[in-house]
Design a protein around this ligand. Structure first.
Ligand code: ATR
Length: 291
């Protein structure tokens, strides 16, 4: 029932999420019922893809119109665009791609908005917002773990909001490149455990460490978490990653990956369909499908 294949007909608009692995993705569970509720003639598939360029060349039919990108293809997707939205260009990665009527592929990054909005709301709700008229993140030490597509979006967003950005990554040279781009500091991920120049920092995980099925691992040992006021995890399967569980036990406010996921899903739905997103339906469906 999820995919409603019986309703496929010429003109049905085909969408999907491109990643590897892809079995964990909740996106098909969200978009298919949402398309139906909005009366939109579309389908949304999980697409296990090795090579993004090959995939896009093979499935070039005009009815294949919209894609989301997830680990590890946000940067490969960027390389395949004919046009790139200015924010995605600044970030260097895309999270979604739309085929225009003339066949051009245009890339956007909606991770940036979704994640930063969720973190800002979390800072306000937990009483940890910066004082003053600017962003709740302004002036804060904002540590981003990971320097892939999502890491780039978070670091870029932090910089835009006036945070002091630190990028910590397993491959140090990628941390250096990203930190240079956002005017921040680079660390090797293994150094982060002993990095606490001040208290009350904000932490964002964009690595895949802790994602199902490997739920017993964490990118940062628990003893380091006490230096943070708020911890965000971009992973949303499971909802309570080991990182978030230990952050809560350490007294930090936590922001779930589901919040980022929902914020970006609303924006993507509107880009895919040109219709307002059925937000409550999407939120309820996600809650039903995550634990
Ligand atoms: P996304 O587009 O979702 O950001 P990505 O571009 O593949 O996905 O980035 C994955 C991130 O998770 C990278 O920062 C990666 O670190 P490397 O740059 O060193 O590859 C990080 N990552 C993945 N597996 C990891 C692991 N086992 N330990 C630490 N970091 C890991």
């Amino acid at each position: 029932e999820l995919y409603n294949f019986r309703l496929l007909e010429p003109g049905t608009k085909v969408h999907g999420v491109i990643g590897k692995p892809i079995g964990h993705s909740k996106s098909p569970h969200l978009y298919n019922p949402a398309f139906k509720a909005a009366g939109f003639n579309g389908i949304y598939l999980p697409l296990l893809v090795d090579n993004v360029a090959n995939f896009l060349n093979t499935y070039s039919s005009p009815d294949f119109v919209g894609y989301s990108f997830t680990i590890p293809h946000k940067m490969a997707g960027f390389e395949c665009c004919d046009e790139i939205d200015p924010i995605a260009k600044g970030i260097g990665a895309i999270s979604c791609m739309i085929k225009k009527p003339n066949g051009n592929l245009i890339g956007y990054n909606v991770d940036y908005l979704g994640a930063i909005a969720a973190i800002e709301e979390g800072l306000i709700a937990s009483g940890n917002a910066s004082n003053g008229p600017g962003s709740p993140l302004a002036g804060k030490l904002f540590v981003v773990m990971g320097a892939g597509g999502a890491g780039k979006a978070l670091a870029y967003g932090g910089m835009e909001k006036g945070a002091r950005v630190v990028v910590a990554n397993r491959t140090f040279v990628k941390a250096q490149d990203l930190a240079a781009k956002v005017g921040g500091q680079a660390l090797h991920l293994s150094e982060l455990e002993h990095f606490h120049p001040e208290e009350g920092m904000v932490l964002a995980n964009t690595t895949s460490v802790g994602m199902k099925p490997n739920i017993d691992v964490t990118p940062l040992p628990k003893n380091a978490l006490k230096h943070y006021n708020l911890v965000f995890d971009a992973i949303y399967t499971p909802k309570w990653t080991r990182l978030l569980t230990e952050a809560k036990e350490s007294g930090a406010a936590v922001v779930f990956g589901t919040e980022m996921f929902l914020n970006q899903a609303f924006v993507q739905f509107e880009k895919f369909t040109g219709l307002p997103a059925p937000k409550e339906l999407i939120r309820e469906t996600l809650i039903k499908n995550t634990s």
